[in-house]
Write a protein that binds this ligand. Structure first.
Ligand SMILES: O=c1ccn([C@H]2C[C@H](O)[C@@H](COP(=O)(O)OP(=O)(O)OP(=O)(O)O)O2)c(=O)[nH]1
Length: 149
């Protein structure tokens, strides 16, 4: 796992968010789903989305949302990222589901927020919702998938 000094070199745009062993990521936009999606024969049809009105997002009980990060990221070749929720969210019955950040990815990260609670959870735009941890990857390739920006 990569520590603070190297993280500052690798991710200068996130300097003020660098932690001893990770990078805190701030929520920017939050979206609700407004229609169906599908994944058939590796053909992705992402659901249509509607953006919630910022800056105060009201996550309804039992509902899931997409959350975008407030700035683009570029993951250098030779490194990969995992994303873990802040425990404050878990302690508030809100989960953050995430995937792997590939070497060479350049774009806007999105995570799934799910309010498992029985009460509304209010989240302000700009709050830190995730911590990214970074690992060196031996012989890594370079992401060239559909979410590259
Ligand atoms: O929680 C995450 C994790 C990763 N990513 C970004 C970085 C990653 O490099 C890219 C693609 O992720 P993944 O490879 O898991 O998506 P896919 O469904 O396999 O897309 P593709 O077919 O484009 O590879 O999405 C996110 O936005 N959110």
């Amino acid at each position: 796992m990569i520590g603070e000094q190297l993280l500052k070199k690798l991710f200068p745009d996130f300097e003020e968010l660098i932690q001893p062993a990770g990078i805190d990521l701030r929520v920017d936009k939050v979206y609700r789903q407004t229609g169906p999606g599908s994944l058939i024969d590796d053909e992705k049809n992402l659901p249509p989305l509607e953006m919630l009105e910022p800056p105060i997002y009201r996550l309804e009980p039992g509902k899931a949302y997409l959350a975008s990060v407030d700035r683009m990221i570029e993951i250098p070749e030779g490194y990969a990222m995992l994303y873990l929720p802040r425990s404050t969210l878990l302690r508030s019955f809100v989960s953050v589901q995430t995937a792997v950040g590939d070497p060479g990815f350049r774009g806007t990260l999105q995570f799934l927020l799910h309010n498992h609670g029985e009460y509304e959870y209010t989240l302000k735009r700009g709050e830190r919702i995730v911590q990214a941890v970074v690992f060196p990857v031996e012989g890594s390739g370079k992401y060239s998938g559909s979410y590259q920006e």
